[in-house]
Design a protein around this ligand. Structure first.
Ligand code: NAD
Ligand code: MG
Length: 388
């Protein structure tokens, strides 16, 4: 298999699960952006045939280090190389765990090559939903959601759930949200939030971008869009339920009144192992759920006044076309600016709202239109930032 984004939070959890089952999985390629030291350590441990970094200078360094260590791993650099390892003939499973829009082209390449795609990189699907799902069908790819909520819903739906939820008696998808570190805070309280506070998630340990998205609830907004595409749902069929314990990972409600939920400890190795082994089950290194220790499960409605990003995402999905790609691009620029101290926490939602209002909604039938609006949204967002 290929692990795109191997040095990240999802990438390392994936390699942890794989290492428990050496007889089942073999690593063909590992990729990282700039973290060459981490990639070197992973290459020593997992001995891939190919390793990919963004810059040639980092690749040259890694090549030297690997040669010294007596390893024959081939090292490549650049975006083309990411696409190559995603579609390589030797590979049948691709873990898409790059963060953000940078993952779109390699993930789509894996889809078009008919691989089994373990999708963590939700931004890729948010940007290109219709095109992405169409390519999955057309090229006979197998798409397994790794995002814990979508993985849970996948487990709660009938095995063959294509063709609309109603056909299978499903009335609603209940997407659970921890509420992030600022659950219960008002818009006023949120103004002075720092990147360190935003990245300290109560239940999950994750990369910095998704941690900020969880704190603004944009993550739940992106997940709402993701659920619509994965399960052929309309935005109003997806109900966000704040559930602070993060034990129920999401649910499906049926017309006979049944609600089916998937529960477990908040550990991404569960959905990763599910995706790897599907339709079988394998050991993931995750502790068994102790319901007596959990003791209670709470539920509340999300606060869309303090956390406007959820509403913005729902509106973008309803607007259709390139609107979700614009939302995503504006959010990526805003989160970067927040992490670098150039934008306040509540400025993230404000900036996304401005960019979404300013840009037109175009049909998203081809990749060029999507990428063009992505570029325009980023340019617009940066222009707003430089004016502030
Ligand atoms: P992370 O920041 O920990 O890791 C990102 C990985 O992508 C790293 O290996 C990094 O080197 C690589 N990368 C970053 N920018 C890149 C670029 N421009 N080009 C090529 N590679 C690049 O992120 P993460 O938390 O592992 O999240 C990865 C994806 O999975 C995100 O889309 C996130 O939304 C999704 N996801 C994560 C979790 C979680 O628990 N961490 C849960 C659900 C979904
Ligand atoms: Mg999630």
């Amino acid at each position: 298999m290929t692990v795109l984004g191997a040095t990240g939070s999802i990438g390392t959890s994936t390699l942890d699960v794989i290492a428990r089952h050496p007889e089942r999985y073999r690593v063909h390629a590992l990729t990282a952006h700039r973290s060459r030291d981490s990639l070197l350590a992973l290459c020593r441990r997992h001995r891939p045939e190919v390793a990919v970094l963004a810059a040639e200078a980092d690749a040259a360094w890694l090549r030297d280090q690997l040669r010294e260590a007596g390893l024959t791993t081939e090292v490549r650099a650049g975006r083309e190389a990411l696409v190559e390892v995603a579609e390589a003939a030797e590979v049948d499973v691709v873990m898409a765990a790059i963060v953000g829009a940078a993952g779109l082209l390699p993930t789509l390449a894996a889809v078009r090559a008919g691989k089994r795609i373990l999708l963590a990189n939700k931004e890729a699907l948010v940007m290109s939903g219709a095109l992405f799902m169409d390519a999955v069908l057309r090229h006979g790819a197998t798409l397994l959601p790794i995002d814990s909520e979508h993985n849970a819903i996948y487990q709660c739906l009938p095995p063959e759930h294509r063709g609309g939820l109603a056909r299978h008696g499903v009335t609603q998808l209940l997407l659970t949200a921890s509420g992030g570190p600022f659950r219960g805070w008002t818009l006023g309280d949120l103004a002075a939030v720092t990147p360190e506070q935003a990245c300290a998630h109560p239940n999950w340990s994750m990369g910095r971008k998704i941690s900020v998205d969880s704190a603004t609830l944009m993550n739940k907004g992106l997940e709402l869009i993701e659920a619509c595409w994965l399960f052929d749902a309309r935005p109003e069929q997806v109900q966000v339920v704040v559930h602070p314990q993060s034990v129920i990972h999401s649910m499906a409600a049926y017309s006979d009144g049944s609600v089916i939920a998937q529960l477990g400890n908040p550990d991404m190795r569960t959905p990763i192992a599910y995706g790897l082994a599907w339709p079988e089950r394998i050991e993931a290194g995750v502790e068994a759920l102790d319901l007596f220790a959990v003791a209670r499960l709470d539920f509340e409605a999300p606060d869309e006044t303090a956390f406007p990003c959820l509403r913005l995402a729902r509106e973008a999905m309803a607007a259709g076309g390139t609107a979700p790609a614009v939302l995503n691009a504006a959010n990526e620029v805003a989160v970067d600016a927040f992490l670098e101290g150039r934008l306040g926490f509540t400025g993230i939602g404000e900036l996304v709202a401005r960019v979404c209002e300013a840009l037109p909604v175009e049909p998203a039938d081809d990749l060029e239109s999507i990428l063009e609006l992505d570029v325009r949204a980023r340019r617009d967002a940066r222009r707003w930032l430089s004016r502030e």
